[in-house]
Design a protein around this ligand. Structure first.
Ligand code: PAF
Length: 284
C-alpha cells in the first residue's frame, strides 16, 4: 500500500497495471468503504482508493470546512485491506483553475437528493469524470446506499461512453439495521435509536410490497415508522425506478418480470440528515 499525491507518478504506476479497480471516496473511511475496497479487489489487479473532499459538491449552506479530514486514520484502515494505491490529491492538483466545463446530470440530478441539495450531483459527476480521466480505471465501485449518485454515475458512463464498468456494492448495515454512514457518528444515543426508524420503516414497506400492497400503503408504512420515532423530520419517502428515479406506482401493476422498484427515504434526525433505500423485487 502506498500513498500517492502526485498525478504524474500515479499515471506512471497505473500504466503498468493489467487492470485498475477504483473506489472514489472523500475520506473519513468506515467499514462501509472497506467493503467497497473488498469488492474492488475482486474486480481489478490494482486497487486505487481516492481521498478527496470535493468542494464542487458542497452547497453554500453546507459546511465544507467542517467536513472531517482523517487522512492518517484512513491510511491505516486501508493498509489493513491491502489497498495498492491511495490517491490523495491536493485541491490545487485537482482544480488548478476553476473548471469552466462541468458535467450536468439534468433532470435526474434535480429530483429527490438533488432537490434538497441543488448542484450537488453536478459537482459529484464532474469530480468523478475528472478522476476517471486521471486514473482510467477498468472498474469503479460505488455504494448502493447513495442510490441516486450510483444511477447518475451509470448514466454518465453510458451517455459519455467513458468505458468504465460500474459496480454497485450492497449497503453495509449495523446488526440492528442502521445503514453505515460517516454521519452516524454525529448521532447522540437517543438519535441513533430514532435513526433506526429509517431501516425499520423500509423493511416494513418492502414486506408489505411483497405481500401485494400498493404504493400508498408501502410509502405510508415508512412514513408512519418515521413519524413515530422521536425527533425525526421526513424529507421524502418514495418508490422509484432505480435507473432514473422516476416514480413507480405499485397500484398500476407490480414491477414486471426482472424489474425492480427502489423504496427511498431521506430524513433529518436532530441535525443529522440520513438517507437509506431498499429494493422491492419484481417477479423472478
Ligand atoms: O460518495 C462520495 O463519497 C462522493 O460523492 C464521491 C463519489 C467520492 C465524489 O466526491
Amino acid at each position: 500500500m502506498q500513498q500517492i499525491a502526485n498525478i504524474a507518478e500515479l499515471r506512471e504506476r497505473l500504466g503498468k497495471a493489467a487492470s485498475v479497480a477504483f473506489v472514489p471516496t472523500m475520506g473519513n473511511l468506515h467499514e462501509g468503504h472497506l467493503d467497497l475496497v473488498r469488492q474492488a479487489r475482486a474486480h481489478g489487479e490494482c486497487v486505487v482508493v481516492s481521498i478527496f473532499v470535493n468542494p464542487l459538491q458542497f452547497g453554500p449552506q453546507e459546511d465544507l470546512d467542517r467536513y472531517p479530514r482523517t487522512i492518517d486514520g484512513d491510511l491505516a484502515m486501508r493498509a489493513d485491506e491491502g489497498v495498492a494505491l491511495a490517491f490523495a490529491p491536493s485541491l490545487d492538483q485537482m482544480y488548478p483553475v476553476d473548471p469552466v466545463v462541468t458535467v450536468s446530470g439534468g433532470a435526474l440530478a434535480s429530483r429527490f437528493e438533488g432537490a434538497h441539495r441543488p448542484g450537488h450531483f453536478d459537482g459529484v459527476l464532474t469530480v468523478v469524470a475528472k478522476l476517471f480521466g486521471l486514473l482510467r480505471p477498468d472498474v469503479a465501485v460505488f455504494g448502493r446506499k447513495d442510490a441516486q449518485q450510483l444511477a447518475l454515475v451509470r448514466r454518465m458512463v453510458t451517455d459519455l461512453d467513458l468505458g468504465v464498468a460500474i459496480v454497485g456494492a450492497p449497503t453495509v448495515r449495523e446488526p440492528d439495521g442502521l445503514a453505515l454512514s460517516s454521519r452516524n457518528r454525529n448521532l447522540s444515543p437517543s438519535e441513533r435509536e430514532s435513526a433506526l426508524s429509517l431501516s425499520r420503516g423500509l423493511s416494513a414497506g418492502v414486506s408489505l410490497a411483497a405481500a401485494g400492497a400498493g404504493s400508498r400503503e408501502v410509502v405510508g408504512a415508512v412514513r408512519t415508522a418515521l413519524d413515530h420515532a422521536g425527533g425525526v423530520r421526513t424529507d421524502y419517502v418514495a418508490l422509484v425506478n432505480p435507473d432514473d428515479f422516476t416514480d413507480i406506482d405499485l397500484a398500476a401493476g407490480r414491477p414486471g418480470r426482472g424489474q425492480q422498484a427502489l423504496l427511498v427515504v431521506a430524513a433529518r434526525v436532530g441535525r443529522t440528515r440520513l438517507i437509506d433505500n431498499m429494493l422491492v423485487q419484481g417477479e423472478t
